[in-house]
Write a protein that binds this ligand. Structure first.
Ligand code: ZN
Length: 239
């Protein structure tokens, strides 16, 4: 039997590219039509998004450095919810642009390879796409860095959003495994992408798994990080 071309295995990625060509450009914050394509947000939402921009890297265990361009609130939260749960996979490029932008803004040495924190296959099937993969694929295109699927989710974990911070760490333990392709990442600088960072438990566990192939560095990145994580860090600093 003829082998299925690999691009056919990513119908939503293809759908996202087609949507970009066919659909009128809308603001990812409020859905209003945009006159021009250079911005992802309309002027009002852009103003709202700018207030949520983060300029400093964050510390997540097993990563050398992590960052998120935004806090998870306001129009950024709305855009991510639309992207994840409301059938708007074509928002991927707009969201990915900010990760690529931050990579440059923080002066991070260009990674050799991009990978992502995979969602469980069951959840991806239900939704129709893996949100972190879509974003990673777009960052790969924008920054011209190859994308490798280095991790598999081997265990279906309860939704992180329904658990407390301490439960989240236990929930993701041993949830990931290396794919065969991961072993090519020895000595490489890896950019590990997820959609949102909350406590950092998921990113940390994925990075811990990647450490087994001895990369030279792991940089964690997501579109946004929740405020809870920020508050917790501040509290820890005050002690
Ligand atoms: Zn808007």
């Amino acid at each position: 039997m003829a082998k299925i071309p690999s691009w056919l295995k990513f119908p939503f990625w293809l759908g996202s590219c087609l949507a970009e060509m066919i659909l009128p450009t809308v603001c990812i914050g409020c859905g209003r039509f945009l006159d021009q394509r250079e911005y992802e947000f309309c002027p009002e939402c852009l103003e709202n998004a700018r207030k949520r921009m983060l300029s400093r890297p964050i510390h997540i265990k097993y990563t050398d450095l992590s960052f998120a361009p935004f806090t998870y609130s306001g129009v950024v939260r709305t855009a991510l919810l639309q992207f994840k749960f409301n059938g708007k996979p074509h928002y991927d490029k707009a969201l990915a642009k900010y990760i690529a932008y931050m990579l440059v803004k923080l002066g991070i040495e260009k990674p050799d390879v991009i990978t992502y924190v995979p969602t469980s296959n069951m959840r991806a099937r239900k939704r129709g796409y893996d949100q972190a993969e879509l974003i990673a694929r777009r960052v790969s295109e924008i920054a011209n860095i190859p994308l490798v699927r280095a991790l598999d989710k081997i265990r279906n974990t309860p939704k992180q959003s329904k658990l407390s911070a301490s439960e989240r760490h236990g929930n993701v333990l041993g949830a990931y495994d290396l794919t065969d392709k991961a072993f090519d990442l020895y000595g490489k600088r890896i950019l590990l992408i997820d959609d949102v960072i909350t406590t950092g438990a998921t990113m940390s566990e994925a990075a811990k798994t990647l450490r087994e192939v001895k990369p030279s560095a792991i940089i964690g990145a997501a579109v946004a990080k929740t405020g809870k994580f920020h508050k917790k860090r501040l509290k820890l600093k005050q002690q």
